[in-house]
Design a protein around this ligand. Sequence first.
Ligand SMILES: Cc1cc2nc3c(=O)[nH]c(=O)nc-3n(C[C@H](O)[C@H](O)[C@H](O)COP(=O)(O)OP(=O)(O)OC[C@H]3O[C@@H](n4cnc5c(N)ncnc54)[C@H](O)[C@@H]3O)c2cc1C
Length: 381
Amino acid sequence: MPDESDLQYRKRLQSLADEYGWNEMRAMREEIDALHIERYSPSFQKKLADAGLVGLTWPEPHGRGAPVDQQFLMAEELECQGFPGYGLTTNLRGGGMLLRNGSDEQIATHLPHVVDGSWTYCQGLSEPGAGSDLLSLKTKAVRDGDHFVINGAKLWTSSAHISKWCSLLVRTDATQSRHRGLSLLLVDLKSPGVTIQPVWVMGGWRVNAVFYDDVRVPVSNLVGTEHEGWKVITGNLDEERAMSFGGTETRLLCARLIHRLSARRETLHDSDLEMLGRFVMELEADRLLYLRVGLAAARGEDTSGIGPMSKVYGSELAQRFIEWACELLGHETLFSESDDVLARDMEQQLRVATVLTVIGGTSEVQRNIVANRHLGLPRSN
Ligand SMILES: Cc1cc2nc3c(=O)[nH]c(=O)nc-3n(C[C@H](O)[C@H](O)[C@H](O)COP(=O)(O)OP(=O)(O)OC[C@H]3O[C@@H](n4cnc5c(N)ncnc54)[C@H](O)[C@@H]3O)c2cc1C
């Protein structure tokens, strides 16, 4: 049973959502399109910050010390109505990393800017030759007095073109074994020597190739212990995999599709009705899995084995649903220029969903992690 504070909180979220009519939603969509980014609206993020809804579950004085389920309720109330949550989660990940590993000074410098929505964060891990096998990364940083000097290239850095900071994983000691000798540096992306180039993905948005040429970063931007960046980054990856990967958008699309079919009074073939029923059940399972991982993460429990389950399940479900739904609506979804907003969104989701099983770690690799971390099975060499 929800208690009174839950109900009050939901009302607060609902009244924020009510401020957005048709025109405001359209303007927000145009803002997202102009930035070429998926579900990231700076103006909406500012709105959440002004309403005191960013950093909710972080301990005071950095956050608001709210109960752990409030972040989940926020996604339920807002993302399921089509509000963009991606920017919020990437910035919270930057802040969460500092809460777990940062110095007092880093926490005091960064967290107020995350909470007021003025600073944005991205994550630079993957390289042209290092994706699933992240430990083979080559970007290096060499100590020079009270600075590190960085040289190398990162690929697929989502939102680098609109971020102030990048959490950059670099090799600081090439003589150590693969897990050791890595460090995590916070890099101001306006630093001299940083070049950001667009890479366009099929979903219609932009990721980035980022080049670092003799980029100088103060030693005070080292997060955690030098050469032990792997510990820092595995915490970040666990947090990333605790996010919803496609389930939330799919629930919204499924509800809109059902509304469309009801409005048309169309009779569905039995096999389509059965599929729809199955998808509704699977979406509920995805929601509960997401809740389980989110609550465990917020309580500080180890989610390294269950986060990947939720990631694989949600992303593969999103792909299966949109393929089926586009076939059901047929030719309408092939013409994304049409005025039919649902058909257009579905066509776009058909393209967007393709990356969900790659971004944040591929399904194959996630299954390996479930076998190893959740089931305790030995790794293959
Ligand atoms: C849209 C998008 C946004 C991204 N955003 C970011 C970002 O912000 N920051 C960032 O650092 N990275 C980002 N990435 C990179 C992403 O994390 C990598 O693409 C992903 O980890 C896979 O790496 P790879 O592309 O190098 O593929 P590879 O690692 O080369 O994999 C190729 C194929 O081999 C399979 N494979 C590899 N190893 C194994 C194994 N051990 N067992 C079984 N199969 C295996 C994979 O499953 C895959 O099918 C993004 C990627 C995309 C597509």
